[in-house]
Design a protein around this ligand. Structure first.
Ligand code: FES
Length: 324
């Protein structure tokens, strides 16, 4: 499923054309080209990088319509215990500010189906909105379960009310934990399940969907899986990386990332999250076996061994040849 090589991504300077409070601690930003021109094309599930400072880059799902080429919208939840990205957005990005934006990139692609079950927790609602628009336009049968701490913390509830009974709003403080068994029911081969939200919700849905067809479940994470960075038993402490296009070979030592090792040798690479969740640093693998430690690729994609995230993943073979 390897994406387009990351070095082809564009960075554009956009202006914050609108800013609004969408819910408790959730702000919505509408971004436009300063000249009013078209923005790059995208599909439901895509996210963009907001380059907040030289050292602060954060990913946010696009929640506007892909049909609107003039505006991108993101919703940002303030995380008081985070590493500073959401605080910067909430406190520094006002209407009229200019911001560098990279992407869009899509590791949560929306696939066509007759039926969908969307499950969103909190700010995980954002990538669902363009997916719902596409499902509705296709005349698909769909349902959304949208959970949140409390009603006032849930963005886009009014906007979703137009869909009537297709949408179930589930404030946890009023209704407790949702019953996934009644939402998902028995495994179906005509249904795709799309889920985005906090780890507890994702793990529960993953667990529940184990009996579903492998292709059914699609998940997007905000943070690395709890066990994602655990090395496999065969992982090597020392290995070599051949950067095929650059003509450089790099030794990677214990505790060092491939990304850091090749950057130290002057190979230029884009990267954002450094946690294996955004997909920015994805590269094609031409030879060798990666030790995948990211939370972007699913098990089948990891088994294909044709791409890897070099901010966290390492190697099972003494040599990796990468398309860099
Ligand atoms: S920089 Fe985000 S996956 Fe590597």
């Amino acid at each position: 499923m390897s994406q387009v090589p990351q070095m082809q991504e564009r960075t554009v300077e956009l202006i914050v054309a609108e800013r609004e409070e969408l819910a408790d601690d959730v702000v919505g930003l509408v971004l436009e080209e300063p000249s009013g021109g078209d923005l790059p094309d995208w599909n439901p599930g895509a996210h963009i990088d907001l380059i907040l400072t030289d050292s602060l880059v954060r990913q946010y799902s696009l929640c506007s319509s892909p049909l609107d080429r003039r505006r991108w919208k993101v919703g940002v939840l303030l995380d008081p215990n985070g590493r500073g990205g959401s605080k910067h957005v909430h406190h520094e990005l006002h209407r009229g500010c200019r911001i560098q934006v990279r992407g869009p990139r899509n590791h949560f692609p929306f696939q066509r189906a007759n039926r969908y079950q969307f499950i969103a927790g909190g700010i995980g609602i954002t990538p669902m909105l363009p997916m719902i628009e596409a499902a509705e336009a296709d005349g698909a049968d769909w349902h959304l379960l949208y959970g949140g701490r409390q009603r006032s913390s849930m963005a886009f509830v009014d906007e979703l009310s137009k869909y009537g009974e297709r949408v179930t709003i589930w404030p946890l403080n009023e209704q407790g934990m949702p019953d996934l068994a009644s939402v998902l029911g028995s495994p179906r081969d005509d249904t795709l399940v799309y889920c985005c939200g906090p780890e507890g919700l994702l793990s529960a849905v993953e667990q529940f969907c184990q009996s579903w067809p492998k292709y059914a479940l699609h998940i997007e994470r905000f943070a690395a899986k709890p066990d994602a960075h655990t090395p496999s038993e065969e992982a090597l402490d020392n290995f070599q990386v051949v950067c095929q296009r650059s003509g450089i070979t790099v030794d990677v030592g214990p505790g060092e990332s491939i990304l850091a090792a090749i950057k130290a040798k002057g190979v230029s690479m884009l990267a954002s999250c450094m946690e294996g969740i955004c997909g920015t640093c994805e590269v094609a693998v031409l030879e060798g076996s990666p030790d995948h430690r990211d939370s972007v690729l699913d098990d089948d994609e990891k088994a294909e061994n044709d791409c890897m995230m070099i901010c966290v993943s390492r190697s099972l073979s003494e040599k990796l040849v990468l398309d860099i």
